[in-house]
Design a protein around this ligand. Structure first.
Ligand code: NAD
Length: 455
């Protein structure tokens, strides 16, 4: 009998995971506390934009013509408890309001709601990104609240998917990390059960060569937060180099290309710009610092404070560049903002540097018009007072300066000559170092970018 899997929390991570599990051949039941999200998923509609996810979902959601019917959705924990052999917990772990620490209340609520309904042997698998030490605590909470017959056990299986590439990353992960209770502990009746079940779940990617790395709970939790810290550090490193380049008339794009030829450094994540954002990196490095502080290891992570502040500085710097470009004040100036999402191929605007810059300019009196290929609805919800346009061309119409803030392919493919005809002033600031300066200059634009000389 194929394993029955439930996915608790069907947001960016959970909806993708649920569809991917069905694609791998399992019977899947997804649960969320937002009934409207569940209704959409039942109709085969994805509550966010993620390339390829809607097709995957429609291939499996029960009731859709031609689907395998392996994927269903519910809001009932009772149904989930009775259904699943394995329960993946994928709920959100945001930053606490007014603090650096992680807000674990959603994870705790999910565990508390699930545990009493575990009426058959169950492996609960945490996928959310959590502070180190959480899994051990939640394992105790789970065994205390679950009925004895459930023989409930916890594993931690952090997720590394990238929004925009989530389907591919879930079906073909570059590694599978599993934290289990058994490592280092005396053998129990369950010895190896969690690992064996997860090897079954991930049999297809393992057969393709994805490394399956088993470890204890704290190490598994730390793998996720340290990977994010490394990535954030790499981005802030090149952005720090951009600051120095600006002071010394250097060109950070050339610099990145040249250092990237060193295999130990590599080319990826070395594009200077307005920095990282989104629902993960910023809150994860802050939660990591907060947790290290609790553990008395804060000194080890003080560098992350600098990583964070370099990153946040970039947003302010972009605003300054734009203000300089329009003569020192935004008053009466029209500013076109290309991009609202925190990265391309997503509709996610959580902690988006692009929207943050747009908001700051608006507060300083600029008339901002934003266009984004997929993030308009979410952006309007978060920043209702900004202006919005239906296309890049409409956003640029009448603008005194154009800011390129999210590196969508659509923006790279714009014809600067066409935009030049509708802009009031031909000034473009490339906040992502992704446009072709020669092309824009040829069409009469003054092109400036972070970390590059003006000429
Ligand atoms: N988005 C990513 O790219 C990504 C990548 C790797 C890891 N993660 C981690 O995965 C977790 C989820 O992230 P996300 O981006 O999918 O968040 P999200 O906000 O998109 O989704 C979380 C979902 O959980 C639901 N939820 C909240 N409380 C619940 C409860 N008690 N029971 C059932 N459902 C509940 C919410 O309604 C929401 O639909 C976070 O810990 C995040 O750090 C996210």
């Amino acid at each position: 009998m194929a394993l029955k899997i439930t996915v608790i929390g069907t947001g960016y991570l959970g909806a993708t995971h649920a569809a991917a599990m069905a694609e791998l051949g399992f019977e899947v039941l997804g649960l969320d506390v937002q009934p409207e999200k569940i209704e959409m998923l039942r109709r085969g509609e994805v509550p966010m934009y993620e390339p390829g996810l809607e097709e995957l979902l429609r291939r499996h959601v029960a009731g859709i013509e031609g689907s395998t019917g392996r994927l269903r959705f519910t809001t009932s924990y009772e149904e989930v408890g009775a259904f699943g052999d394995i329960h993946f917990v994928c709920v959100n772990t945001p930053q606490k309001h007014g603090e650096y620490a992680c807000d674990m209340s959603y994870v705790e609520a999910a565990f508390d709601a699930l545990a009493p309904h575990l009426t058959r042997p169950a492996l609960v698998v945490g996928k959310s990104t959590v502070p180190v030490g959480s899994a051990a605590r939640l394992a105790q909470r789970l065994t205390a609240a679950a009925p004895a017959g459930a023989d409930a056990e916890l594993a931690w299986n952090p997720e590394f998917l990238r929004e925009g590439l989530a389907v591919q990353d879930t079906l073909h992960p570059d590694r599978i990390v599993v934290g289990v209770a058994g490592v280092g502990a005396p053998p129990s009746d369950n010895w190896g059960r969690a690992e064996a079940l997860l090897r079954e779940v991930y049999a297809a990617p393992i057969a393709e060569g994805s490394p399956f790395v088993v470890m204890d709970y704290p190490t598994a939790e730390l793998v996720k937060t340290s990977a994010n810290s490394f990535l954030a550090t790499k981005i802030s490193f090149i952005n720090a180099m951009a600051e120095v380049c600006e002071a010394a008339d250097g060109d950070v794009v050339k610099l990145a290309e040249a250092i990237g030829h060193d295999e130990r450094i590599g080319k990826k994540f070395l594009r200077a710009g307005i920095g990282f954002g989104g629902g993960c990196l910023p809150k994860d490095i802050r939660a990591f610092m907060a947790r290290a502080g609790e553990l008395g290891a804060d000194q080890a992570l003080t560098f992350l404070r600098e990583v964070d502040s370099i990153n946040m500085r970039r947003r302010g710097h972009m605003v300054e560049l734009a203000r300089d470009a329009v003569g020192g004040s935004f008053l009466g100036m029209r500013v076109a903002v290309l991009g609202a999402t925190f990265k391309p191929d997503s509709d996610d605007v959580r902690d988006s540097p692009a929207l943050n810059v747009a908001g700051q300019i608006h507060l300083q009196g600029g008339q901002v018009t934003v266009y984004d290929p997929k993030g308009m609805v979410n952006a309007q919800r978060l920043f209702p007072t900004l202006g919005y346009a239906e296309s890049a061309l409409e956003a640029v119409r009448g603008a005194h300066v154009v800011l390129h803030l999210t590196e969508w392919r659509e923006f790279r493919e714009l014809d600067p000559a066409v935009l030049a005809e509708v802009a009031t002033e031909r000034r473009v600031l490339d906040g992502r170092n992704a446009l072709d300066p020669a092309l824009w200059r040829k069409a009469g634009w003054t092109y400036r970018a972070l970390g590059r000389p003006n000429a």
